[in-house]
Write a protein that binds this ligand. Structure first.
Ligand SMILES: [Zn+2]
Length: 404
């Protein structure tokens, strides 16, 4: 990490204005934006950025309802591009308007993640006012379609497909107690076991009638065995593979043989790129069971993201830790990411390192979201300083160039 003059760091930190940040956050929270209906909030963000003098692009990105918001701040000097990426949509809960009281902002999206997006905007404005960073630039992106089960992340996928991404990404999800450099991929599976024919009284069953409920129970046991087996697959910071059964439904009354049994659960894995082999193994187990029990077994998967891991020596990690230490006194402990977020997509679909770090905020996915302005200011400082350290002209190389 090149040492930057303290005066440059100080003037960047002084350019961050808590009141301006709060105005942005309140303006974003004031516009309801349940997942798939974030268009008005995207318009509000675009207007805020335009008022700051930025050119705003609005790529449709597979969701005409709410075109994405994209700003490219280019220093005009060579160097890396740091991306600030956030989702503007909120979970489908009754709308809570923004309220700021005793230093705490509450309202829909205050924690997840309009407060964090406001911190991005503040960092971006402060960087430009300070004529920083020294090279490269900032790409700010905001989009809809994040929160499941309403959204399927199509908008971020479309942005990535069209090559709109930086050389490293920060995501302001509400995780502040560790720096997640690894995380598990996950598949939410739903299995349906069926037999031909109608429901029938148990005493009238033909002797060879396939038993869908018994097959469901057998599947639970086989998945329990699979869970024991795959738990041996581990990775630093990510933990271990797992299989989990969360529901089993079959039957109407005590003496009727049903025709259908439904189960659902998760399969999580730690190895980046293992998604296909993991799903193939799962399908193979089901095919075997269907053949043994003369049932039909169908499965569908929801795939929020693949496993990822980031080299602790990655320049983005180094830049972040230098920034974090400048603001908080010491680097942040490395750890795992307990949930799947858009960082898994950046890694899996575009091979871009993404770090999740946001305010220590409360109440995400409830109607009681709350975040302190102090926390929003803290993360805005970390974001701005990370850019200062990451977006440098091509780092000096010790390589001997041909001809010299
Ligand atoms: Zn979120």
């Amino acid at each position: 990490m090149p040492n930057l003059p303290q005066s440059q760091i100080d003037s960047l930190l002084e350019a961050i204005q808590p009141n301006r940040l709060l105005d942005t956050a309140m303006a974003l929270v004031a516009v309801p934006s349940p997942t798939r209906s974030a268009g008005a909030a995207a318009d509000a963000l675009a207007a805020i950025l335009q008022n700051h003098g930025f050119t705003v692009e609005r790529p449709v990105a597979d969701w005409p309802e709410a075109p994405a918001v994209v700003v490219r701040y280019d220093t005009g000097r060579p160097g890396r591009v740091l991306q600030f990426d956030g989702h503007l949509d909120t979970v489908h809960l009754p709308f809570a308007p923004p309220v700021f009281e005793n230093g705490v902002l509450t309202g829909s999206g205050a924690s997840d993640m309009k407060g964090g997006i406001a911190a991005f905007v503040e960092a971006l404005v402060a960087l430009r006012e300070s004529d920083a960073p020294a090279g490269g630039g900032i790409l700010l992106t905001a989009h809809d379609h994040h929160e499941g089960p309403w959204g399927d992340r199509r908008q971020l996928r479309a942005l990535l497909r069209s090559g709109i991404h930086g050389d490293g990404v920060l995501l302001p999800e509400y995780l502040a107690d560790r720096l997640p450099i690894a995380g598990r991929g996950s598949a939410i599976w739903e299995v349906t076991i069926r037999r031909d024919g109608e429901p029938v009284h148990e005493v009238l069953r033909p002797p060879d009638l396939p038993d869908v409920l018994g097959t469901g129970a057998e599947l639970v046991m086989r998945l329990r065995d699979l869970n024991r087996k795959v738990a041996a697959t581990t990775r630093p910071y990510a933990g271990h593979d797992s299989v989990f059964v969360g529901s089993l439904h079959a039957g109407e009354i005590y003496n009727q043989a049903p025709t259908e049994c439904r189960l659902s659960g998760t399969r999580r894995w730690v190895t980046p790129g293992a998604r296909q082999s993991v799903l193939d193994e799962f399908r193979g187990l089901l095919a075997q069971l269907a053949a043994e029990t003369r049932t039909q077994i169908d499965v569908s998967f929801d795939l929020p993201g693949d496993a990822f891991s980031i080299d602790p020596a990655h320049p983005l990690v180094a830049a972040f830790q230098t920034a974090y230490a400048a603001v908080s006194g010491a680097p942040l402990a490395l750890g795992d990411k307990p949930f799947v977020d858009d960082g898994n997509l950046f890694a899996g679909e575009a091979g871009v390192a993404a770090l999740t770090h946001g305010p220590a905020a409360g109440g995400a996915h409830t109607i009681h979201e709350a975040v302190t302005l102090d926390e929003l200011v803290r993360v805005a400082k970390v974001y701005a300083l990370t850019a200062l350290h990451f977006c440098v002209p091509d780092p000096p190389s010790n390589a001997i160039h041909p001809g010299t």
